[in-house]
Design a protein around this ligand. Structure first.
Ligand code: HEM
Length: 501
């Protein structure tokens, strides 16, 4: 690729960064301890985002400096890496920190979308998840007793589940172009080139509007596939609107469907979305809910393959529960299944790093005081408006103080033997004191959806098949927008030997 292709889109970004650096205020983080910076241009960003395996540096820094420390962003910028539970709790629940996007608009969108993600709404999707699980097992039948990459199958299942539950569309309704492009986006997300990764690292620093404007013109294949994906998702959005409006005119009852609700003229004003906003929700839902859940399930199957004893115990639990349930399965009452799902979310959070920027001067409370480089012990850190913070969700979920001395080990038993139920943890996040689904004002809307989907699909698969590791493959959890399982070839894959029970 000719480097001049990047020059035009990068010029405004560099200009923006230089202006910010020139006009920055006195740094309140200068006495917070942290690792020495390896480079002025990249700071710690490459070590944080692109280590050989996710967490290689981050977890060592946490051991040395504690759950809050200073790192360098690009071009000498100071950033705070935060994994302290009280500080995370404060940031996630405070309007003084944003991720981008207007607060009021965001609250309105959440209120509108929440209709499709309440506990009652999600219970109604169980049959959809069961059909998605059936689809995976039908496809597996063709590749038993050989090494099979479960990632694409699980991605197709989660795409199908969101589409059927939220849009009332089958995969065929989404169209071949959409499904083929979706597979391409998934493939490219695991094989981005160094300039694309650098751009990602840089993009943490500039506002969303500038990123969007720039991304429009980037000539890389990943951005092209993403643009195509957005275009196709918008077409689906327009089609949904046409069909729902038409159905409403014909007096057809759309039966509590999310998108009919979003388009209902009688919904209260504070939840009303314009047609343009409704269209944009289609792409958001398909992207937010597909690979996050698919990768989490792939990691769960991988860990079961590594631990045949736990796998056999879980299979017994599944068989005995399915045998006695008479159809209405109480997934929440299956201790081993839920311990597996919790531990997988703890160990492999789909979004291990989240970024926030302070919208006001404020003070960050700490659960665990820190010693500054001047030897002072502090339990609060002043934060200036405009300060970037990186929320170390992955690091928080490895705190020995919270999860036990073996926090760096995958061990579902910690959820069964009382290690994490001592009651001294700060109540944080929507699920099991984990922050995999974020928390506070931007808590994942689909967390209940995702948990039930995983419960249904994993118990269906583990009940029918046995999973074994492909020993010659090394799988590296790698942070490429999502925590992806990457094999030696650079592909996103969890290859497993699968046999019928
Ligand atoms: C294992 C599965 C999942 C994980 C780990 C996950 C994680 C997350 C995280 C961390 C965020 C917040 C990002 C931030 O604070 O910057 C988020 C937001 C969101 N998620 Fe999920 N998610 C999962 C599944 C789903 C599913 C299945 C759906 C929908 C069907 C969904 C829909 C959303 C939406 C709409 C938002 C935006 C919420 C907002 O901005 O207020 N997610 N998710």
């Amino acid at each position: 690729m000719d480097p001049s292709h990047y020059a035009i889109p990068l010029a405004p970004i560099i200009f923006f960064i230089v202006i910010r650096l020139v006009f920055r205020r006195q740094n309140t983080l200068r006495h917070v301890a942290g690792p020495p910076s390896p480079s002025w241009i990249f700071g710690h960003i490459l070590q944080l985002i692109l280590p050989p395996q996710y967490g290689d540096y981050e977890f060592r820094w946490q051991d040395k400096f504690g759950p809050v420390y200073r790192i360098k962003g690009c071009f000498g910028e100071d950033r705070l890496l935060v994994a302290d539970p009280a500080a995370l709790q404060y940031i996630l629940n405070s309007p003084n920190f944003e991720r981008g996007g207007a607060g009021k608009e965001h609250r309105r969108m959440r209120a509108a979308l929440n209709f499709g993600f309440s506990a009652a709404a999600v219970r109604r999707y169980q049959a959809v998840f069961e059909k998605a699980a059936e689809m995976v097992s039908e496809k597996l039948e063709g590749s038993l007793d050989t090494s099979t990459n479960v990632c694409p199958l699980l991605s197709l299942a989660t795409l199908r589940a969101i589409s059927e539950a939220c849009l009332r569309y089958t995969l065929e309704d989404l169209g071949n172009d959409f499904v083929a492009n979706n597979i391409e986006v998934m493939r490219l997300s695991a094989s981005r080139s160094a300039p694309q990764l650098l751009l990602d690292a840089l993009s943490l620093r500039f506002p969303l509007w500038l990123l969007r404007a720039t991304a429009k013109y980037l000539p890389t294949s990943a951005f092209k596939a993403m643009r195509e994906g957005r275009y196709l998702a918008e077409n689906i959005g327009h089609r949904i609107i046409r069909e729902r409006v038409d159905a409403a005119h014909r007096g057809v009852d759309m039966d509590d469907d999310l998108f009919s609700h979003l388009l209902d003229p009688d919904v209260p004003n504070n939840m009303h979305l314009s047609k343009k906003e409704v269209v944009s929700q289609v792409g958001l839902l398909l992207v937010a809910g597909q690979d996050t859940t698919a990768n989490t399930m792939a990691y769960a199957l991988l860990e079961l393959a590594r631990n045949p004893e736990f796998q056999a115990q879980l299979r017994n639990e599944i068989h005995s529960t399915l045998g006695t349930s008479g159809g209405g399965i109480a997934y929440d009452s299956m201790p081993l299944l839920n311990a597996l799902i919790k531990e997988t979310n703890r160990f492999y959070p789909a979004a291990p790093l989240l970024d926030r920027v302070a919208t006001k001067d404020t003070t960050l409370p700490l659960a665990q005081p820190i010693i500054t480089t001047t030897g002072e012990q502090i339990s609060h850190i002043p934060i200036l408006k405009g300060q970037f913070l990186t929320l170390g969700i992955g690091s928080y979920q490895r705190l020995k103080s919270h999860w036990g001395a073996d926090a760096h080990k995958f061990n579902p038993h910690r959820w069964l033997d009382g290690t994490v139920n001592r009651g001294d943890a700060v109540g944080i996040g929507p699920y099991a004191n984990l922050l995999s689904f974020s928390g506070g004002l931007r808590t994942c809307l689909g967390w209940r959806f995702s948990i039930l989907e995983m419960q249904v699909i994993l118990s269906h698969l583990v009940g029918r098949y046995s999973f074994a590791e492909v020993v010659e493959e090394t799988i590296r959890p790698t942070y490429l927008n999502n925590l992806l399982p990457i094999v030696q070839s650079g592909e996103r894959a969890v290859p497993l030997y699968i046999t019928r029970i």
